[in-house]
Design a protein around this ligand. Structure first.
Ligand SMILES: Cc1cc2nc3c(=O)[nH]c(=O)nc-3n(C[C@H](O)[C@H](O)[C@H](O)COP(=O)(O)OP(=O)(O)OC[C@H]3O[C@@H](n4cnc5c(N)ncnc54)[C@H](O)[C@@H]3O)c2cc1C
Length: 410
């Protein structure tokens, strides 16, 4: 029988979170192997698509500390102002970055652009071992290592890893192979996304309209384009795809109003069914469940990838603390889990609560949400709390998010 191949850390899923983690951990000197199911240039690639991603201030710091921001900055758009409102109701909150002493709350980038920057770096020879396209079909956890069976067109190979990270998205195969339960809630909403170009300059303003049918967001993007994310009831989603461009723009304009003048050009439309998926545990044996595999959340509040990047920053910091240590030892897994849990709990609860409150058509909920928005508008401490959430600072902040290096120089 042939001996299994060996690696320090196997990352299952080379999407937004898996690729960021691979980049961070190879820089710490670990032998890293990435197993990704879908070729990166394939149109079916689910992670690197047309989505515009609002990255919080803390995420931009993390990417900068990892040396990735310099490749992204040229096509990133600063978010200088965020307005949250209920259309047709008096409540409205506008948060300005300058009020928090910042130039921007964060930046907007395109998922595809992120993929091209990080993958170009990771594809440099000798940095990371790749299995792509390939799928993990079995995981066996042991006291000293985990064994993965990896299936590709070339056949099946066995890989032994001291740590396995499942970053294989909301329907995580690794999570299922390990028998880890996940709490799922179908919002019965679908996000329709596309780019639109308004007649007036966006000047870095982002908008989130909270409506009975779901949130409607406009994010500032390069070339005065704006990323539109419109959550509609799933049973109506096909209608929004079938409309011709003029009709869709008309409906979007009716929903959004004239804050940025008239919507003119429009890009390709795509849809995403929206579900909450929360894994019952984020570690098991020598396995860490990370990113959407651990917590897939509604895009209202734009928190998903930001939360995943904080997962990356925390694991990288724990592994950087003691060079050469066993990356899958109990101590690391326990420290990771206890550090990440409060942020996961709070971000999931905050996002889920926001979506449920604004999707509730009852009169009481209507009054409560208007009051909630007014409270944020009128009470400075609540305003500051909202702004600090928007910037991605929660609980114990990892060094990278504070702009500090993973390892002290010298
Ligand atoms: C409409 C929309 C807008 C969003 N906007 C924002 C935003 O503004 N800001 C923000 O922070 N977040 C946003 N998000 C959330 C963000 O997209 C996710 O948090 C992010 O994609 C999670 O990355 P991930 O790598 O964990 O998972 P994924 O992006 O799902 O990537 C998983 C990867 O694993 C691969 N894979 C799957 N199964 C296997 C397998 N068995 N073996 C090997 N590989 C496998 C997939 O091919 C994929 O490459 C948005 C989401 C949506 C739907």
């Amino acid at each position: 029988m042939t001996e299994p191949l060996k690696t320090d850390i196997a990352i299952v899923g080379g999407g937004l979170v898996g690729a960021s983690l691979a980049w961070a951990l190879q820089s710490l000197g670990y032998d890293v192997t990435v197993i990704e199911k879908v070729a990166f240039r394939a149109t079916a690639q689910p992670s690197y698509d047309d989505r515009t991603l609002a990255l919080s201030h803390s995420s931009c710091q993390i990417l900068s500390g990892l040396g990735l921001w310099e490749g992204l900055a040229a096509n990133a758009t600063p978010i200088r102002e965020i307005t949250v409102a209920e259309p047709g109701k008096p409540g409205r909150v506008t948060l300005r970055a300058t009020e928090s002493g910042l130039e921007a709350f964060g930046h907007v980038i395109e998922a595809r652009e992120f993929g091209s920057v990080v993958l170009q770096r990771l594809k440099q020879p000798g940095l990371v071992n790749w299995y792509i396209p390939a799928a993990v079909t079995a995981v066996v956890t042991g006291s000293n290592a985990c064994k993965l069976d990896i299936e590709s067109e070339q056949g099946t190979v066995s890989l032994q890893a001291r740590l396995v990270v499942a970053a294989d998205g909301a329907a995580s195969t690794v999570r299922q192979l390990l028998g880890i339960d996940a709490r799922c809630h179908d919002y019965e909403q679908t996000a329709v996304i596309c780019n639109v170009t308004p007649s007036e300059p966006h000047r870095g303003r982002a908008f989130e309209w909270l409506t009975d049918s779901g949130p409607f967001a406009i994010l500032p993007h390069v070339g005065n384009r704006c990323g539109l994310v419109w959550s509609v009831p799933t049973i109506q989603a096909q209608q929004y795809l079938d409309m011709d461009d003029a009709q869709f723009l008309h409906e979007a304009q009716k929903r959004f109003g004239n804050e940025l003048g008239a919507f003119r050009k429009i890009g390709r439309r795509s849809t995403y069914p929206l579900k909450l998926v929360r894994a019952g545990q984020d570690t098991s044996g020598r396995v860490i469940i990370m990113g959407n595999a651990a917590h897939a959340i509604h895009p209202a509040g734009a928190q998903g990838f930001n939360l995943g990047l904080r997962d990356v920053a925390v694991l990288a910091e724990l592994l950087a603390e003691k060079p050469g240590q066993d990356p899958g030892c109990e101590e690391i897994l326990a420290a990771y889990s206890s550090w990440r849990k409060p942020d996961h709990d709070e971000t999931v609860a905050w996002t889920d609560g926001l979506v449920r409150l604004f999707a509730n058509p009852s009169k009481t909920a209507g009054l409560a949400r208007t009051a909630g928005i007014l409270a944020h508008a009128l009470l400075p401490p609540l305003r500051r709390r909202l702004a600090s959430k928007a910037m991605g600072y929660r609980g114990r902040t990892p060094k990278l998010a504070l702009g500090q290096p993973l390892r002290n120089p010298g």
